[in-house]
Structure formats: C-alpha cells, structure tokens
Design a protein around this ligand. Structure first.
Ligand code: HEM
Length: 438
C-alpha cells in the first residue's frame, strides 16, 4: 500500500520533467555532440545546419536582410489573421470596419498600423536583400535556381502589398488600384484581358475587392510560404551562404579531430570519401561529421561555429529588433485612412502605391515602354542574370574588384529606379505636372 502511494507520488513529482523530456529529447547541450544533437532533434532547428560559417554570421555580410524579410512575412501573417476577424470584403462594409478598428476594437489601431508598416517595410527589405545578394555575387552557381525563387518572391511581395492596398476601400486605395491596374492594361494583346481577370469587371468595384481579398489572404501567402520553404531548403542544399573560394589547396589539410568520446579512426560509415591529394571532391555522411574523428578539408574548424547557440542567438536578436522597430513606428505613426470611395471625384493626381510610382513616372513618358517594355526587359535580365554571369570571381565579398562592371551596371539600374520613384512621389502634382515639394 505504501509502495503504491510512493510510486504515485513519484509519478506526480516527475510529471513536469517527463512532459518537458517528451518535447525536448535532449537536455541543454554542454558538449559539441549535444549541440549537434539539439539541432537534429528539434523541428525548427533541424532546418539549419549543425555548423555555420563565421562569415554567414557577420552582421556586415548579410545585414540580416533575408531574416528580416522572413520575420516580416511571419508578422504579416499573424497580424493579417487577426485583422480577418474584423474585416468584411464588401464595398458597403469595408470602410466602416476600418473605422471600427480605429475606434472600438481593442488594440485595433496598433494592429492595423503594424500590418500596414510591415507590408511597406517588407517591399523595401526584400529589395535590399536582393541588392545584397547581387553585390556579393551570391547568385552564381550553384545558387542560380535560388536566385530565381528569390525573383519570384520579390514579385509576390509586390503583389501581396498591392492587393492589400485596396482593402480599406478609401479614396487612396481605390484610385491607387485604378492607376496600378491600368498600367497592366498597357500590355500588348493580353493587357485588357489581364486587367479584366484581375478586376472581374471593367472598373474597380465589388468583384475587384473580393478577388483582391482572396488573393491577398489565401493565394499569395500560401504560394509565398511554399517558395520561402524551397528558398531555405535550397540554401542548405547549396552548402549554406556563398563564401569566397578557400585559399588552401584541394585535399591538402587532414586535421586530427577533437571530439573527446570518438573512436580512434574514421569508419567507412562515417566518412564516405576519404580525401587524398588526388581526390579533391569530398563528401561526409552526417553521422561522420557529428561523431568524428573525421577528415577535415581546409580550415573547417576555424571557419565555422555551432548553430546552437551562435546562429540561434543571432536570429532571436534580429527577430526582437524587427518587432521592436515595427512596434515603435506603429505606436507613433498611424496608417492612412482617407475619405470613403467616391468614384466621381478622383484625386489629382491619382497615384499608384509608392513602389509602383517609378513605373507610373515612366508611363507618363510612354505608356507601353514605361509600363511594360522597360520593366519587362529589366525582369528578363534579372531572371537570366545567373545564367549569363557564371564566373566564380568575387563571390562572397561585397563590391569585389573583379565584379566592378557587373556591380556598376546593377547599381545604375537601382539608382535610376529609385530616382524615378522619388520623382513620382515628391515632385509630381496636379495633371502630373512637375512641382517642388519644398
Ligand atoms: C520573401 C522574400 C525573401 C525571404 C524571406 C528571403 C530569405 C532569405 C534568407 C533568410 C537568406 C539567408 C540569409 C541572408 O542572406 O540574409 C537568403 C539567402 C538568399 N536569398 Fe533570399 N529571401 C527572399 C527574397 C529573395 C530575393 C528577392 C532574392 C533575389 C532575387 C533572393 C535570393 C537569395 C539568394 C541567392 C540567397 C543565398 C545567398 C548566399 O548564398 O549568400 N532572396 N534569403
């Protein structure tokens, strides 16, 4: 009787520990093997490699831009789902729901602000991430396909922001989308049909609001989620972030391992290919890398650190910074809400969202070339880039001298596009006349 009571008590005392152990299979790691095992056995951490290069962790190398893009995407998903509890995609109700969010929904204002500013920030940050990848030559083989996935993600980010722009159903939304979709209408042959497909009508109205809503809350986020997963998976498969070619000769360095409890020599199960001076290619099984000792090539040990905790801490830091910055902006700056839609009173000038104002500026010179021709050529160049520029020189370094020409051409395009956006945003007034903002 007493033993039964004791064992019942012990089960109760052990309960919290057993629950934690059932979730986290490893205790907090205190050895290299523990750090590796933690990465393997955790769903979220196993996406990352056990070790990462020190270069990938240098804040000045990636500037965390890819990560910030991802965290913004997650924040947008969370705040977007919360907003869905209040929003109704109907021309008669949408604007009223915006007013409710402002005045009668708890935290409604900050929620809407966070969603709005995160969407704008994501467009800018994804663009900057693309620039970083270009300027460090990180699109070159074997990362061509991941660059393509990236281009798709950039277009999807623009499209997600654009479709969300219509939802408040105020003057700003209505006329920005009217202008934006009319640019799509300039495409030869398919332009008119494309515009009709997008709007479900010949003008922006209830059909357009419903289509934009479904695209914005279901279709685009799902496709983006899938593409982001492939993007991350490819980074792993491409051997982590691009880095400069190692200086050591292939197959030269064979370094003794320093894993304490390891067997004396590598077994065939641990090392698939033993490196010799004649066989520069090397492949390790995962177990081989963890258990050691193993044959290391180049300065593997000195150039890398364990993901647990180095990478994890860096990621958490970027996440907190992103949330803090977004909350600070959302606290002080309210998302705009203009008058309800009035189809009889277009503002003069009616402007597209800021990221399409460069296009609108170009369209003011030539409808076809500005809206379709030039952006189409730019997009084609972005897509073909990694298949045209295949040399390995300058990969993994900012502004490498070997890439002076490529970087100069790219930066010229970037500066022209930013210049056009600035002109369209600040220097265009009524009837698209040139005005001074000062
Ligand atoms: C939703 C948008 C995107 C997300 C969430 C995202 C996320 C990431 C992350 C987290 C990384 C690794 C760390 C870093 O570089 O900061 C990365 C790397 C990379 N991204 Fe993106 N990215 C996005 C868009 C793009 C775009 C627009 C491009 C190019 C057109 C691109 C091309 C690449 C390439 C090639 C790499 C590997 C870079 C290297 O090896 O150094 N990504 N991305």
């Amino acid at each position: 009787m007493n033993t039964e009571k004791n064992s019942g008590l012990k089960t109760l005392v052990d309960l919290p520990r057993n629950v934690v152990r059932s979730i986290f299979r490893n205790p907090l790691p205190s050895s290299d093997r523990g750090r590796a095992a933690t990465s393997f056995t955790n769903f979220f951490l196993h996406i990352q490699p056990v070790r990462v290069s020190k270069q990938a962790l240098r804040p000045t190398y990636t500037m965390g831009l890819g990560l910030i893009s991802f965290f913004l995407f997650v924040i947008l998903t969370v705040t977007g789902v919360l907003l869905m509890f209040y929003y109704v995609p109907s021309t008669s109700q949408a604007y009223g729901r915006m007013l409710d969010l402002r005045s009668s929904v708890a935290f409604g204002m900050i929620l809407r602000n966070m969603h709005r500013w995160a969407a704008h920030a994501m467009v800018a940050v994804v663009f900057l991430h693309m620039c970083r990848v270009f300027l460090t030559g990180a699109y070159k083989p074997p990362r061509e396909f991941n660059w393509l996935i990236g281009v798709a993600l950039f277009l999807l980010t623009l499209f997600a922001s654009f479709t969300g722009y219509l939802l408040p159903w105020d003057q700003l939304a209505f006329w920005a989308i009217t202008v934006g979709t009319s640019i799509a209408g300039y495409a030869p042959l398919i332009g008119k049909s494309l515009r009709f497909l997008l709007l479900g009508d010949s003008t922006v109205g209830q059909e357009a609001l419903l289509r934009f809503y479904v695209l914005h809350v279901v279709v685009i986020p799902l496709v983006m989620g899938l593409f982001v997963a492939v993007h991350f998976w490819r980074i792993r498969k491409d051997g982590g972030l691009a880095k400069p070619e190692p200086e050591s000769k292939p197959g030269a360095a064979i370094i003794a391992a320093d894993f304490p409890a390891a067997p004396a020599s590598p077994t065939p199960a641990q090392v698939t290919t033993v490196v010799t001076a004649e066989t520069p290619s090397r492949r390790f099984t995962i177990q081989g890398l963890v258990r050691g000792p193993f044959v290391k090539v180049g300065k593997l040990e000195e150039d890398t650190v364990f993901s647990w905790p180095s990478l994890l801490v860096a990621e958490l830091f970027v996440l907190l910074l992103t949330i803090a910055a977004l909350m600070a902006v959302s606290f002080f700056l309210n998302a705009p809400l203009e008058q309800p839609v009035n189809v009889m009173h277009p503002p003069n000038p009616a402007k597209a969202p800021w990221y399409f104002l460069g296009l609108q500026e170009q369209v003011s010179y030539s409808a076809f070339w500005g809206g379709i021709g030039v952006p189409g050529i730019e997009l084609l160049l972005l897509i073909l880039l990694p298949y045209i520029d295949r040399g390995r020189q300058g990969v993994g370094r900012w502004f490498a001298r070997e890439r002076l020409l490529a970087n100069s051409i790219f930066l010229t395009f970037v500066v022209i596009n930013i210049y056009l956006i600035v002109i369209g945003t600040f220097f265009r007034g009524a009837n698209w006349q040139f005005v001074s903002p000062f």
